[in-house]
Design a protein around this ligand. Structure first.
Ligand code: OGA
Ligand code: CA
Ligand code: FE2
Length: 494
C-alpha cells in the first residue's frame, strides 16, 4: 500500500527504512529517472497545462469584463453599458410592453474570504469581504460612522418604535367557518408531503406561518398531551386522530396557556425612517452610499422601502426567515401592487437585496445567523428535525453554518434572489434564510435597507411609470424606461 502513489520516489526511504529528508535539490536527486519531473515529457505536460491555464484566465477576464460592463457605468450615472442600445434611440411601443434596457449589476463574490476595496465616500476606501457565496453575502466594516449610528438610533427613538409582531390569534376560525371546510379538507391542506399523516414539522410550520407563534416540538407534544390528540403517541397525527380535535383546539389551548413574547416568530420593536428629499442628511447619505455599494440604478434604491430601524431588548430574537417570498406567476410584489394587473391572490415582499446595518455592538448574543449558508444542498424538511430545529434562533444559532457578530457601523448585505441570467431578478435564493439570535446581554440595534425589485420586469416598469408623474428634472438617472421619465423623489408609502 505504502509503495503506491503516495511517495513519488521509493528512494525517499533509506535501506534502514527511515524516511530521508530532501536535502538535495529535487532535480539533481531525481534526474536519472524516466518519470522525473525534469524530463522532457514532464516539461511538455507542464507547459501545456500552463498555456491552457493562461487561456482560461484570459477568457475569464473577458467574461468578467463583458458581464459587469454595468459597473463601469456607475460613474456615468447608472447609464446602461455600452453593449446595450441607447435609451434615447427608442420610442415607447404602441403596446404597453416595456423594453428592458438595463441590466442589474451583481457584485462578484469570487470566494469566501475574498476582500475587495470599494469607494463609497470621498477620501475613504472600505473593504468588502465575501462571507458566503450561497447566498451571495458581504460584510463591510465601518460602513457607518459612530455618529451616523447614533443619529439613526436617536431619530428612531424620536419617531417611536412599535412592536414588530402583534399577538393576534383570532379571525382565523371565522375564515375556516366561512369556507365551511371539512376536517378532511383541513387535514389535506396541512399534510404538505401528502403522506396521510401530520408530522410535527407540518403543524409547526403552519402555526409559525399562520399565527406567528413559534412552537417547539416539545410545545407541540405538550399540546398533544393536553388535548389527548396523539392517542398512539407516535408524534404523528392521523386523520382519525385529527378528526377528534375541534377546529380551533390549538388556538384555544394556546389562549388558555398564554403566549409569551419570546414565543413569537419575532420579538423586537421597529420603526421606519424615510430617506428622500427633506430627510435628515445622515439618512440621505446612507441611501446614497447604499446605491454606490450595490451599483444599482439609483431610481430603484429611491423607490424602495424606507430604512427600517429595529431594536431588540435583552431576550429579543428573530427566528430564521426569508426577507422575500418566492415568486410564482400568481404572486404579486407588495411594492408594485399598484401596477398589478388584477387583484392577485398572493402578495409578497420582493426585496432583491438586504443591507443590514449594525448600529451598536451587542454585549451578548444577537448575531445574525445564516443556518444553511454555503450548504451543499437545501432541504426544507430537514431544517426541522425532531431534536434540532435549525430555524430556531433562540436555541440553535450555534448550529448555523454562518453567524455574523454585530459590530457597530458594520454593514452586511446579501441577495435574496438569484440572477435570471439576463441581468434581471431570478428565483428566490433559498440559502438566504437568516435570523437574529437571541440577545443574551444588553440591547441590539440594527437597520435594514431593502431594495425592492419585482422579478416581473413588466410590473416593475409599469409601477415606475405610475409613480413618475413629474416632469423630467436634472436628476434623471437610474433605470431608464422608454416611457415617461422617472422621478427619484417619490417614495412608496408603506
Ligand atoms: C430582519 C433580520 C437580523 C438581525 O430584521 O429582517 O433578519 O440580526 N434581522 O437582527
Ligand atoms: Ca404528512
Ligand atoms: Fe431578515
Amino acid at each position: 500500500m505504502s509503495d503506491s502513489g503516495e511517495s513519488a520516489d521509493p528512494r525517499d526511504t533509506t535501506a534502514s527504512g527511515r524516511p530521508t529528508l530532501p536535502l538535495r535539490p529535487p532535480c539533481e536527486r531525481l534526474s536519472g529517472t524516466k518519470s522525473s519531473i525534469c524530463s522532457r515529457s514532464y516539461f511538455v505536460v507542464v507547459m501545456v497545462f500552463f498555456h491552457v491555464y493562461i487561456i482560461n484566465v484570459i477568457a475569464l477576464l473577458f467574461y468578467v469584463h463583458y458581464s459587469s460592463g454595468q459597473e463601469d457605468a456607475t460613474q456615468s450615472r447608472d447609464a446602461p453599458s455600452g453593449g446595450h442600445p441607447r435609451p434615447e434611440s427608442r420610442r415607447p411601443p404602441s403596446k404597453p410592453e416595456f423594453h428592458r434596457d438595463v441590466s442589474l449589476t451583481r457584485i462578484e463574490g469570487i470566494r469566501v474570504g475574498h476582500v475587495q476595496k470599494v469607494s463609497l465616500v470621498p477620501g475613504k476606501v472600505h473593504e468588502m469581504r465575501t462571507l458566503s457565496m450561497k447566498p451571495l453575502l458581504f460584510e463591510i466594516p465601518g460602513f457607518l460612522s459612530d455618529d451616523e449610528c447614533r443619529v439613526v438610533m436617536q431619530l428612531a427613538q424620536l419617531k417611536g418604535l412599535m412592536e414588530s409582531q402583534l399577538m393576534v390569534q383570532d379571525g382565523q376560525e371565522e375564515l375556516a367557518k366561512e369556507l365551511n371546510l371539512s376536517p378532511e379538507e383541513i387535514f389535506n391542506l396541512l399534510d404538505i408531503n401528502q403522506d396521510g399523516q401530520l408530522q410535527l414539522h407540518e403543524i409547526l410550520t403552519h402555526s409559525r406561518v399562520r399565527d406567528g407563534i413559534w412552537l417547539t416540538p416539545e410545545n407541540l407534544r405538550e399540546i398533544y398531551a393536553g388535548l389527548k390528540a396523539d392517542k398512539d403517541d407516535n408524534g404523528l397525527l392521523s386523520l382519525e386522530e385529527f378528526r377528534h380535535l375541534s377546529n380551533d383546539a390549538f388556538q384555544r389551548f394556546l389562549l388558555q396557556r398564554g403566549v409569551k413574547r419570546s414565543q413569537l416568530v419575532r420579538n423586537s420593536r421597529h420603526t421606519w425612517l424615510y430617506q428622500g428629499k427633506g430627510a435628515h442628511q445622515v439618512l440621505q447619505d446612507i441611501k446614497e452610499r447604499v446605491t454606490r455599494l450595490t451599483r444599482l440604478p439609483s431610481t430603484l434604491v429611491d423607490l424602495s422601502e424606507p430604512l427600517q430601524v429595529v431594536r431588540y431588548d435583552e431576550g429579543g430574537h428573530y427566528h430564521a426567515h426569508h426577507d422575500s417570498g418566492p415568486v410564482y406567476p400568481e404572486t404579486a410584489c407588495t411594492h408594485t401592487r399598484l401596477a398589478a394587473n388584477t387583484s392577485t391572490p398572493f402578495e409578497t415582499s420582493c426585496r432583491y437585496i438586504t443591507v443590514l446595518f449594525y448600529l451598536n455592538s451587542v454585549d451578548g448574543g444577537g448575531e445574525t445567523a445564516f443556518p444553511v449558508a454555503d450548504n451543499r444542498t437545501y432541504d426544507e424538511v430537514s431544517l426541522i428535525q425532531n431534536d434540532v430545529d435549525l430555524l430556531d434562533t433562540r436555541r440553535n444559532c450555534d448550529k448555523s453554518n454562518l453567524r455574523v457578530k454585530p459590530s457597530k457601523g458594520t454593514a452586511v448585505f446579501w441577495y435574496n434572489y438569484l440572477s435570471d441570467g439576463t441581468g434581471w431578478v431570478g428565483e428566490q435564493d433559498e440559502y438566504a434564510l437568516h435570523g437574529g439570535c437571541v440577545v443574551t446581554h444588553g440591547t441590539k440595534w440594527v437597520a435594514n435597507k431593502w431594495i425592492n425589485i419585482d422579478p416581473d420586469y413588466q410590473r416593475q416598469a409599469r409601477y415606475q411609470q405610475l409613480v413618475s408623474q413629474l416632469p423630467e428634472d436634472e436628476d434623471d438617472e437610474g433605470l431608464t424606461l422608454n416611457t415617461e421619465v422617472q422621478s427619484p423623489s417619490i417614495h412608496q408609502e408603506l
